[in-house]
Design a protein around this ligand. Structure first.
Ligand SMILES: [Zn+2]
Length: 307
């Protein structure tokens, strides 16, 4: 199962309709929590995901709307006696903030955190499901966006294997070695399989337009990206290190994104349809204006290609 569960969508301060940020990504056996703002713990209750399900927490930067939910979330891991280690990533320069949030109040600490700060642009973490990569973004404090890249795989075609009379352990050997010698003839893996394109998820939060944004968004099946402002405030957005809906939509188009999720809205705009209208002029793919507690499926895998 691969899907995004939205906990909150407000920038800076919560509103009556929008909680502070918070996003869960369910991806096979990993559940990643991104940027838990205030109230994330309670929002999570509504999604049916429990603290025990969490495997990894990723924080983009230490502005309050992206991290004030950490104390509650970390304490909850201990309260629920989560038996597995939970990895936590955040900008290395913010380690003092992290330690203060982690020990913000007294609790009986039993849960084990694997604290793995991000210290460099392009840092990669190898997971069972693919590679988690962090890219530096442009914001007044040290900020990293993340993307999850599943490697391309290969799917064996039973009818082609049968045509060559390949069965049993020979299939595994062909898969591993890339070829198999059969009665004086060499059969290659490409002849009996198709490429199974890997999927990509990208999370781009709090940034002005920069190379990191494009590096993260490249060919994302699902891109979650901040669009704090509209173009009418483009100058302000650039000044304070944020994106407009039009900029985010153009990035998505130029990067070949399939599903675009806009979020982190400034409370100055009462009508979220304005973000949709602005983005729609620049992006023709699947567009989602995020609402709290919404579920967004990762789109089906791209069509497999031969060989
Ligand atoms: Zn920020």
């Amino acid at each position: 199962m691969r899907e995004l569960l939205v906990l909150g969508t407000a920038s800076q301060t919560p509103t009556r309709q929008r909680n502070h940020n918070g996003y869960l990504l369910r991806w096979d056996d990993e559940v990643l929590l991104f940027d838990p703002g205030e109230g994330s713990q309670r929002q999570m209750l509504h999604t049916g995901v429990s603290a025990t399900d969490l495997t990894r927490i990723c924080v983009t930067h230490f502005h309050g709307d992206h991290c004030l939910g950490l104390p509650g979330m970390i304490q909850r891991l201990s309260l629920d006696r989560v038996p597995h280690r939970v990895a936590v990533h955040f900008p290395a320069g913010g380690i003092d903030y992290f330690e203060r949030l982690r020990h913000a109040s007294s609790f009986h600490e039993t849960a084990e955190l694997a604290v793995e700060p991000i210290g460099a642009d392009g840092q990669r973490i190898t997971l069972g499901i693919g590679t988690l990569e962090a890219r530096r973004l442009r914001h007044p404090v040290e900020t990293y966006g993340y993307r999850l890249v599943e490697p391309d795989g290969c799917r064996m075609l039973p009818e082609r294997l049968a045509a060559y009379g390949i069965a049993g352990p020979a299939v595994g050997k062909l898969h591993r070695d890339g070829h198999l010698d059969l009665d004086g003839r060499r059969v290659t893996r490409d002849e009996v399989s198709v490429t199974r394109p890997g999927q990509r998820f990208a999370f781009v939060m709090d940034t002005g337009l920069c190379d990191g944004v494009y590096a993260l968004a490249e060919h994302a099946d699902l891109l979650v990206i901040e669009s704090t402002f509209l173009e009418s405030e483009a100058a302000l957005a650039a000044e304070v290190g944020h994106l407009t809906a039009a900029q985010a939509a153009r990035v998505a188009t130029e990067s070949g994104v399939r599903t675009l999720v806009l979020t982190h809205f400034s409370q100055r705009y009462a009508d979220p349809r304005r973000f949709a209208d602005e983005a729609r002029a620049h992006f023709t793919g699947e567009l989602v204006i995020a609402e709290d507690l919404m579920t967004v499926p990762v789109p089906p895998r791209r069509v497999a290609s031969s060989g």
